[in-house]
Ligand binder design. Structure first.
Ligand SMILES: *[C@@H]1O[C@H](CO)[C@@H](O)[C@H](O)[C@H]1NC(C)=O
Ligand SMILES: *[C@@H]1O[C@H](CO)[C@@H](O)[C@H](O)[C@H]1NC(C)=O
Ligand SMILES: *[C@@H]1O[C@H](CO)[C@@H](O)[C@H](O)[C@H]1NC(C)=O
Ligand SMILES: *[C@@H]1O[C@H](CO)[C@@H](O)[C@H](O)[C@H]1NC(C)=O
Ligand SMILES: *[C@@H]1O[C@H](CO)[C@@H](O)[C@H](O)[C@H]1NC(C)=O
Ligand SMILES: *[C@@H]1O[C@H](CO)[C@@H](O)[C@H](O)[C@H]1NC(C)=O
Length: 445
């Protein structure tokens, strides 16, 4: 923040100097003075330009004055690029009611004050060292496209995007964000009525190659859209951080590094049409055993993930009936949260219902330990049972399910609630019996 303050101070100083110079040159040039079209490329080059391109080639300083607002009232497309400092009227360009597309590129700092562009439909911000976004003001009813690339935003504040905006696409590409506050991105996607099918692909929220340190509860809401979070780092996701409501299309989490999260940090509360869930190639520092997306009734893939830590028994037994979980690699250690469940079937054959049992066996055969390399969970189970691994380790408690039926997240699919309950019940029965038996000191020997 201190560099930013220094920068603002410098900017203010420059502004003061420029203001003085400007006053002198206006005195010389007469009352009309310089228009924005003297510093920027206006097309057509007359009093009612449609496109204004300010690339700050001549001066690093761009000052849009009150008297420029008349010219800007006809402009539809504005580009601000490579400026060291931009000053816009503090009250915004309230008469720029045609200005729908704005591109900001290649700047150290850009401060978007609420109400700056009142009829904005598309904002693209690229290569900006620090973007300060106060919200869109009246444009919160017109905003359709928001693209941030190679840009740093310290904080996305509450109300940045509101549900009133008829969004088509929101893209964060190589964006760095420290914090997404509660209520910051409340996104409602709409499709073109005429062209629903074609448009559907674009109706979404995409995060790629980005780093987001923390997302507070209710920080991101996606209504009627698809969600893709790819090759990004999300350090800390609060409970309820990302909620997808009336999901349209797929929810995809691929190639991410995911830090602290809870079972409902990412959740889908309703589905529209045939959506699916794909969670692949991620690294989970702590995989919540009750991850809501994996208890879905929707076709779900949980494939090729690396998991540092998970409470394996509620995780495996809580997987939804249509979740395909293969080629994931788990930490295989002597922690009771890993080994109790693996020994379960050996110690208590016949404990599980036949269909649960065969599913369980398949999960153990299709998933792996990170170490020993190429050992399946079933292989590790055999090492445990033969006491080649974790000899004498305590086999005390199979963790009871934390939220499986007691506080199960809202069913992700109102059309088929019964199957979800069946799975939950099956699991609870198995776990409860196992816990009971294990606590009764029935030992492996
Ligand atoms: C704006 O001007 C720059 C430099 O003259 C040019 O490279 C760029 O393509 C222009 N952009 C638009 C949107 O006209
Ligand atoms: C923008 O949205 C916020 C939150 O819904 C609302 O409070 C505010 O009045 C809106 N601004 C305008 C100018 O419509
Ligand atoms: C994500 O990373 C993988 C592996 O580096 C790469 O193959 C893939 O193209 C990346 N995806 C995107 C959308 O950048
Ligand atoms: C694991 O399996 C792969 C593919 O079968 C093989 O290339 C690799 O050498 C194996 N690693 C170890 C440590 O056995
Ligand atoms: C088993 O538990 C007992 C008591 O909690 C502890 O003293 C002992 O070190 C544990 N053994 C192993 C191998 O973790
Ligand atoms: C389990 O074993 C401990 C000591 O080995 C004993 O004190 C305890 O009563 C046993 N619990 C049950 C339920 O048998």
């Amino acid at each position: 923040m201190t560099t930013r303050h220094k920068f603002l101070l410098l900017a203010a100083t420059l502004l003061a100097l420029y203001g003085t110079a400007g006053a002198q040159s206006r005195g010389a040039a007469g009352p009309v003075g310089r228009s924005i079209c003297d510093t920027c490329a206006c097309a057509p080059d007359n009093v009612t330009p449609v496109t204004v391109n300010c690339t700050c080639t001549k001066t690093k300083l761009l000052i849009v004055r009150e008297q420029d607002t008349a010219i800007l009232s006809s402009v539809q497309d504005l580009t601000l690029a490579s400026c060291g400092f931009v000053s816009l009227p503090s009250s915004g360009l309230s008469s720029s009611t045609s200005l729908s597309r704005v591109t900001v590129r290649d700047m150290k700092l850009f401060h978007y004050t609420a109400g700056l562009f009142p009829a904005l439909e598309s904002l693209s911000v690229e290569d900006v060292g620090e973007l300060v976004l106060d919200g869109f003001g009246p444009a919160n009813r017109t905003l359709r496209h928001l693209t941030l690339r190679r840009t740093t935003v310290f904080r996305l504040v509450k109300g940045t995007v509101t549900a009133a905006a008829p969004l088509r696409r929101v893209l964060f590409d190589r964006v760095d964000v420290d914090e997404i506050e509660s209520g910051a991105l409340d996104m409602s996607f709409v499709s073109d009525g005429d062209n629903g099918q074609l448009q559907a692909a674009a109706d979404r929220f995409t995060v790629v190659d980005s780093t987001i340190k923390s997302v507070q509860s209710g920080g991101v809401t996606v209504r009627s859209g698809a969600v893709r979070i790819l090759n990004s780092t999300l350090d800390d996701l609060a409970s309820g951080a990302v909620v997808v409501d009336n999901a349209r299309g797929s929810i995809r989490l691929s190639g991410n590094r995911l830090g602290g999260m809870t079972g409902d940090s990412l959740s889908a509360v309703r589905w529209d049409g045939d959506g699916n869930v794909q969670v692949d190639g991620n690294l989970f520092r702590t995989l919540p055993a009750d991850m809501q997306l994996l208890r879905s009734e929707r076709p779900t893939e949980f494939v090729g993930n690396e998991v540092d830590s998970v409470d394996l028994s509620p995780f495996l037994f809580g997987l939804g009936p249509v979740v395909r979980a293969t080629d994931n690699r788990f930490t295989c250690d002597c922690d009771p949260r890993r080994i109790s469940v693996l020994k379960l079937n050996q110690v208590f054959p016949g404990l599980l219902q036949p269909d649960t049992d065969s599913r369980f066996a398949r999960l153990l055969a299709d998933n792996y330990c990170r170490q020993p390399a190429n050992t399946t969970l079933a292989g590790y189970r055999d090492l445990l049972v033969r006491e080649i691994a974790c000899k004498g380790a305590n086999l005390t408690v199979v963790q009871p399910p934390q939220s499986s039926t007691a506080q199960s997240p809202p069913s992700s699919d109102t059309a088929a609630p019964n199957r979800g309950n069946t799975v939950g019940t099956m699991y609870v029965t198995a776990a409860a019996v196992a816990t009971l038996l294990l606590l009764r000191n029935l030992s492996v020997n």
